[in-house]
Design a protein around this ligand. Sequence first.
Ligand SMILES: Cc1cc2nc3c(=O)[nH]c(=O)nc-3n(C[C@H](O)[C@H](O)[C@H](O)COP(=O)(O)OP(=O)(O)OC[C@H]3O[C@@H](n4cnc5c(N)ncnc54)[C@H](O)[C@@H]3O)c2cc1C
Length: 432
Amino acid sequence: MNNGSPEVLILGAGPGALAIAAALSNEGTSIAVLASKDHREPWPYTYGIWGEEVDELGLGHLLEHRWQNTVSYFGKGSKDPKDISNDLTRHGLDYGLFDKVKLQRHWLKECEMGGVTWHKGIAKELQIDNTQSTVIATDGREFKARIIIDATGYKPVFLKSNNNEPPVAVQTCYGIVGQFNKPPLEKGQFVLMDYRCDHLTQEERKEPPTFLYAMDMGGGSYFLEETSLGLFPPLSEDTLRARLQKRLQSRGLILTKMEHEEIGLYLPMNMPLPNLDQPILGFGGAAAMVHPASGYMVGGMLRRAPLLAKALSSKMKEKTASPAELAEVGWSTLWPRELRRKQALYQFGLEKLMRFDEPLLRSFFISFFGLKKEDWYGFLTNTLNVQDLVKAMWKMFVKADWDVKLGLMIMHGRELKLLWRFIKPVRGTTNR
Ligand SMILES: Cc1cc2nc3c(=O)[nH]c(=O)nc-3n(C[C@H](O)[C@H](O)[C@H](O)COP(=O)(O)OP(=O)(O)OC[C@H]3O[C@@H](n4cnc5c(N)ncnc54)[C@H](O)[C@@H]3O)c2cc1C
């Protein structure tokens, strides 16, 4: 198209939109971005990532914090409520938090070099024919391009996904950043999951389990977040707040200065795959790229954006390629069969964990983090190939207690269907 329109129109200005805009800029593709917020506006969340993962991407300099002392508390794996000992699982791997301004600037700089055009507005309507795609904004402006990439987050404006999927499990959290009468953690410590539950009554322990995600932010400040791994219907913020208060009380911790309260944290974990036959593309939360086991996405977006950008820009050299043909190449790069098979396994795993009670969960995690580092790290970062992922899951099964083994073997609800998708992965609504 040489009518002055860009080749690609990206919708959104979150991490997903900027990651793919930057990668396409690096390929020399002409791009416009239409977003409801200014592209320089700071994002609401802070993004965590494993140190090794960010180093492999060559982006360690974008971290604001980095912890070497990374631990979890799962107890000894017994059902005894007193098994809350201070038994630590040491992860032996750094964990970091991105400096979100630096990460945003990193992508914006690449976009600037590629000459991205920015528009502020809300996409409302989509029209696609054999030669071009048109997005109409709420104010009536029309934006044309050869292909649209919808990166408008978990409730995408245009992307369609499988419409007969069960409800999406949601991770919910309630967090505070503040100072306390005494240190809630060791100095320089990061706690991925603190499943100690001695502060709960027997009755409360039968309710859906929650854990503490916590870190020493330096300067006397600590970030403590009560988290529900993933549930439908989601655990309410009130429950999480009350759980956190109880946890603090039982440890004699008093908040002396509240610096920040993290509320409304709502993270869909098992988004259905987008329909891979549609003539537009997606990226980020919109395209179900969130890891169903961890809820993380930034590392995956950084790895997958250059692959999509390369495939798309190469196909765009065919000047007559239609939006549908461009999208087909994009989807098969973003969601190849191997990734869809792995996604089915991850979703199966999440489905299982959602049914586990707290002792079973703790026992599960003891075995999981007892795997070799490359296995659990590869599982959590989605960097194992499908054979190695299956091997890691099998090793975990062999290591696990009988209770966990039984929990993994007895099928409930849609678990069998998810396992079947590992053999025959879906392509979206068509279920091919
Ligand atoms: C609470 C929380 C914590 C998370 N923590 C981590 C973490 O630690 N590590 C990690 O890797 N991942 C994490 N994630 C997952 C993931 O990285 C984030 O959700 C990330 O923000 C997803 O980026 P996105 O660009 O796809 O969507 P969003 O960040 O939601 O961005 C969507 C964009 O689309 C725009 N938009 C929406 N509708 C329209 C429209 N109609 N027209 C134009 N623009 C529109 C919005 O203004 C916004 O710019 C977390 C997610 C949540 C919710």
